[in-house]
Design a protein around this ligand. Structure first.
Ligand code: NAP
Length: 474
């Protein structure tokens, strides 16, 4: 039966006259309807958060940690319900939906640990001539209302990456989830309230990004925008942020270099996961593979063989590997890119076909760097494989991107690993793993078009606090 969602504003669950539909990407059925927030509702939500600043700031660290720990426990108790909600509204295959819930359980635990140790430091004042009698230290203070705007592809864990550090840092939140996936956020807000979060400190509004999202971005009562989504939207938001703090977690066309000393038994299956998990709709999905020419043919043959074995189907089936894309327009866009690449000389070794919003896992070779399938973020189940002669050339090809989120390098040679680490212009380099590797306490974020600022609980809490210094003349 279709669900009826509600928004959470100023300490109350509310409805609205206008609603919008949330559609299951797998079978086109109605998951449910959700109220469309009016401008007055968004303003009320922001006001409630604004008036909760003191309540949140004065919550002792142990109480913030208790709320976060309890949230983690309650999510764990309803793991299947969360996974099912994610699978239904985002179309994510069950194994990855469950994986996302397991990560969110940890994200809240890590936030609790960070909250307990949120601290400043002393400043060695006598290092400056004339300041010998001074004693100084700083502490971290919450920035104020956090506007959190989130994408469809990780409807739980990427919301957790904003809400959990905001609570840990003592900030109230106004959350606007992606219109495709609001039910997971509704479930999460219910959970946070059950865990004892002060009611007016969390507000959930829904509706189109360009209206509801924009109202949050342009409101002066909001102190910081934490955004995860596409580069186009993200950079446009930054332009509008004025004096607000802003962190942007955006997209990429992440790649990997595979040297001839790599352990291919491990590397190839990992690359398959990196390229096709959640149909490539992951910001650090593996899109470009550069292989040393000595092992290129072997790599390609084995990669294609394994790609053909991937099982497509109902996201609720635990054996499904590849699920539909979020909608047909997205699948059509990438189908066009593939056709365009083929017209320019690329070869499709498997896949390339589309049925509705299902794009078959696609492997492309004979590419040039200017083809869209190479140089733009595909956000789809496609991967290009190219070869190189020297390791330096492989790293150069990998670096030739307008994005810079994460990169991977398979090699047993520590010198090559260090060379890649120093050269690659990205936020994170994975040695002997795919760029898609992420655990939730590590600093995570991009350079170039891929964004600014870092998530990972410690780093997000630093972004969500301001340093305030006190100097004693004693
Ligand atoms: P999106 O279209 O940019 O949407 C993201 C969020 O922004 C949604 O809540 C959307 O609302 C809202 N929005 C849209 N236009 C807005 C505006 N003018 N002002 C304020 N908010 C606005 O991205 P998506 O398709 O959901 O997600 C895919 C993208 O996210 C990919 O590029 C992917 O790489 C990136 N991503 C990055 C990371 C990371 O950590 N670096 C993680 C996951 C995803 P509506 O849903 O109502 O349009």
């Amino acid at each position: 039966m279709a669900k009826r969602g509600r928004l959470y504003i100023d300490g109350k669950w509310v409805s609205s006259r206008k609603t919008f539909d949330v559609i299951n990407p797998y079978d086109g059925s109605l998951v449910g309807t959700v109220p469309l927030a009016t401008p007055e509702m968004v303003s009320k939500a922001i006001q409630a958060a604004y008036e909760s600043r003191e309540t949140m700031a004065s919550l002792p660290l142990h109480e913030r940690a208790r709320i976060l720990t309890e949230t983690s426990r309650l999510i764990e108790a309803k793991k299947e319900l969360f996974a099912r909600t994610i699978a239904l509204e985002s179309g994510k295959a069950w194994k990855y939906a469950i994986g996302e819930v397991e990560r969110a359980i940890q994200t809240f635990k890590f936030a609790a640990a960070e909250a307990l140790t949120l601290h400043g430091e002393t400043v060695p004042m006598s290092a400056a001539k004339g300041a010998e009698t001074r004693v100084a230290f700083y502490e971290r203070f919450p920035v104020g209302v956090i506007g959190a705007i989130t994408p469809f592809n990780f409807p739980l864990n990427l919301v957790a990456h904003k809400v959990a550090p905001a609570i840990g840092a003592g900030n109230p939140v106004v959350l606007k989830p992606a219109s495709a996936t609001p039910f997971t956020s509704i479930l999460l807000v219910e959970t946070l309230l059950k865990a004892g979060l002060p009611p007016r400190a969390i507000n959930l509004v829904a509706g189109s990004g360009s209206v509801v999202g924009d109202a949050i971005v342009t409101d002066e009562r909001v102190a910081m925008i934490t955004f995860t989504g596409s580069p186009t939207v993200g950079w446009a938001i930054k332009e509008k942020c004025g004096k607000k703090k802003v962190t942007l977690e955006l997209g990429s066309n992440s790649g990997i270099v595979v040297e001839d000393d790599a352990d291919l038994e491990f590397a190839i299956p990992r690359c398959i996961v990196g390229a096709f998990a959640y149909s490539g709709q992951v910001c650090i999905s593996l899109q470009r593979i550069y292989v040393n020419e000595k092992i290129y043919d072997r790599f390609v043959k084995e990669f294609v063989k394994r790609t053909k074995k991937l099982k497509m189907g109902n996201p609720l089936d635990p054996d499904t590997d590849v699920n539909p894309m979020i909608n047909e327009a997205e699948a059509r866009r990438v189908e066009e890119w593939i056709k365009e690449a083929v017209a320019e000389g690329a070869k499709v070794l498997t896949g390339g076909k589309r049925k509705g919003n299902v794009l078959y896992p696609t492997v492309i070779t004979n590419v040039t760097p200017d083809m869209k399938v190479c140089c733009l973020e595909a956000f789809a189940p496609i991967v290009v494989i190219d070869k190189y002669k020297t390791f330096e050339e492989g790293v150069e090809k990998l670096n030739d991107s307008i994005y810079g989120l994460q990169a991977g390098v398979f090699t047993k040679d520590v010198n090559k690993a260090m060379y890649a680490f120093r050269k690659l212009e990205v936020g994170g380099v994975m040695i002997n793993d795919i760029p898609t590797f992420r655990v939730d306490q590590m600093p995570y974020g991009g350079v170039k078009n891929s964004g600014m600022g870092r998530e990972g609980l410690k780093y997000a809490m630093e972004e969500m606090t301001e340093i305030r210094l006190v100097v004693f003349n004693v």
